[in-house]
Design a protein around this ligand. Structure first.
Ligand SMILES: [Zn+2]
Length: 312
């Protein structure tokens, strides 16, 4: 319920060539009691809109009275890429999540990451960044960056403990500050999203309990799988990607399982077959229907179950 603790503001980035103001919406809920500052971001990649909807639900359902501390939410970190439904910022073609901590003397995207670093990521005690599979793939896992208890509270079956993050991600800014940081990869693609949104809201409420912002017992999920090794299966060739079956996240497959055929748009004949790479694979990201694929795209992602750990 929107109440007097709910505060809408905006973070100015720049005046665009057209004279339009580029600013990011900021949604803050000031809790009735003292507590941590929790930050949640979404749409750092503009083609990943599940997180926007999760934040909308949190904004409308949480009350100031039930919150200890301050919840600061950035539902739309890259408005230009959201408008274009594109991963990268259309004006300079940069990937916002490779430019952190950014610069106020760089390209427009560098300026967005600089503003987020200095006005948002530097003010929070916990950080949750919500991503999705994008326009075509469906994804379901969660990065355990530096605080496994906090990451496990999202309750996804698959946790990924990366040896290193991609350079320039927002999560590296808060990790380097030593604050608990979790990156969520949830939903996306050509599939109904209601279940992912509902699960995202329920699980983030559980994370807010783990952070001490909401009251109540922290729910746990025994049997979560911690992955150390992920393989992104990127086709060498573009065309149409025809999935070879239902390889949804969480399903297990042996080595050499056919995931998809890439069909040439010149000949309509298959020119490449995508297969599982490990002896024991668990799906992390898939394409559930025929989609356009570019060479080098995220087509599928699998985890190596041989080096994974099932958690108590
Ligand atoms: Zn993303």
């Amino acid at each position: 319920m929107i109440d007097s603790g709910h505060d809408r503001s905006s973070l100015h980035i720049a005046t665009l060539a057209s004279g339009m103001d580029l600013s990011l919406p900021v949604l803050t809920i000031h809790g009735a009691r003292k507590g941590p500052v929790v930050g949640i971001s979404a749409a750092i990649h503009g083609d990943e809109i599940v997180g926007v909807q999760v934040i909308r639900d949190l904004w409308r359902s949480l009350t100031a009275a039930e919150i200890a501390g301050t919840l600061m939410m950035m539902p739309l970190c890259n408005p230009l890429s959201f408008e274009a439904l594109s991963r990268n910022t259309p004006l300079d073609m940069l990937d916002l999540n490779r430019t952190f901590p950014g610069s106020d003397e760089g390209w427009l995207t560098d300026r967005i990451s600089h503003a987020l670093s200095t006005k948002f990521l530097s003010h929070i005690d916990y950080y949750i960044d919500i991503h999705a599979g994008g326009t075509f793939p469906v994804v379901d896992y969660c990065y355990s960056v530096n605080d496994e208890r906090f990451a496990r509270a999202f309750l996804s079956e698959l946790l990924y403990r990366p040896r290193q993050m991609y350079p320039g991600v927002s999560a590296a800014v808060t990790r380097d500050r030593g604050i608990p940081t979790v990156v969520i990869e949830l939903g996306g693609g050509y599939i109904a999203q209601a279940e992912y949104i509902a699960r995202g809201v329920r699980s983030i409420r559980n994370m807010l309990r783990a952070a001490g912002m909401l009251e109540g017992e922290v729910e746990t999920r025994p049997g979560q799988i911690a992955l150390h090794e992920l393989n992104v299966i990127r086709p060498k060739n573009g065309g149409l990607c025809y999935p070879a079956g239902d390889h949804r996240p969480g399903t297990e497959w042996p080595r050499g399982t056919k995931l998809a055929e890439i069909v040439s748009m010149k000949t309509f004949e298959p020119i490449e077959v995508l297969e599982t790479p490990f002896d024991r694979n668990i799906m992390v990201l898939h394409r559930n229907c025929v989609t356009r694929v570019n060479p080098g795209d995220y087509a599928f992602m699998v985890g190596n179950l041989a080096t994974a750990e099932r958690l108590a």
